[in-house]
Design a protein around this ligand. Structure first.
Ligand code: FE2
Ligand code: FE2
Length: 268
């Protein structure tokens, strides 16, 4: 099939390095992974043929990026936990701290991302709750070889879409992570960290949606892309699976600007 007619999720799964190309062109391959390359590129005013050529080049000369197809659920789950779950748990408290500092010091400036720290704190809570569902129920069942997991996977896919919406709001609040001229080091560090967080979260969701969950669907046992989300199932699964409402610490609201600031722009 012509590359441009294939879905972004398929391409991200099948061509190691494709996600880098999608990030560069701002194409959503995780939550928006069901759209074809042509459809997604045209929507952003891009040339699908040019992007297809970039991807074809990757296929001809594959890079060092690991191909997770065929790695097995246990290895993929181990990677998801170490590379994404633990990393998000380190990233978010620091990003919240930096955002609070920038808002406190620069709140009166027109480009200041006011509301960003609260938005990040809400994302942290949502993500923590979501990751606990995966860690406490779904991943153990998967690695034990259980296959009838349609209900929890439908819920997790739905939550991934919510994460995607939260990322879009994050980009909007933080002006697409482009700091204004003369931004202090804290502000620059914040936006660099946000860009990395966005990339990590999209890759995280891609590996779950397009490899882990899709692999189960192909094996005939789990909710595929076509599985409808059942709102009434969410609470049922959440309670059964996670004991939703488990204590999830909100980050401290106080901040001291550490590390990256050099005093310019009022940050220490
Ligand atoms: Fe996850
Ligand atoms: Fe997830």
């Amino acid at each position: 099939m012509d590359i441009s007619q294939r879905s972004l999720g398929d391409l991200a799964r099948d061509i190691p390095g494709a996600t880098r190309v999608f990030h560069a062109h701002r194409l959503d391959f995780c939550c928006g992974g069901r759209h074809s390359l042509q459809e997604a590129a045209l929507k952003r005013g891009l040339d699908p043929g040019a992007i297809a050529s970039e991807l074809a080049g990757l296929q001809a000369a594959p890079g060092a990026e690991r191909d997770w197809r065929g790695a097995g659920n246990a290895a993929l789950v181990e990677h998801l936990l170490a590379r994404y779950h633990e990393v998000h748990r380190q990233q978010l408290p620091e990003l919240i701290r930096l955002a609070r500092r920038v808002e406190q010091v620069h709140g009166a400036k027109p480009d200041c991302p006011n509301g960003l720290a609260d938005h990040l704190a809400a994302m942290q809570q949502e993500l923590e709750s979501h990751m606990q569902k995966e860690e406490q129920v779904l991943f153990p069942l998967l690695t034990q070889g259980r296959r009838q997991l349609q209900a929890p996977i439908a819920v997790l896919r739905f939550e991934h879409e919510q994460h995607g919406e939260a990322l879009a709001r994050l980009e909007q609040l933080a002006h697409d992570f482009v700091p204004p001229a003369g931004a202090c080091n804290t502000w620059q560090a914040l936006y660099r960290g946000l860009a990395q967080f966005r990339e990590d979260l999209m890759q995280h969701i891609h590996l779950e949606n397009n490899l882990l969950f899709e692999g189960l669907a192909e094996a005939g046992g789990a909710g595929s892309a076509a599985a409808p989300y059942q709102p009434e199932g969410k609470a049922q699964v959440a309670v059964a699976v996670t004991g939703e409402g488990a204590a999830v610490g909100r980050p401290a609201t106080g901040c001291g600007c550490g590390g990256s600031g050099n005093g310019r722009g009022g940050c220490s």
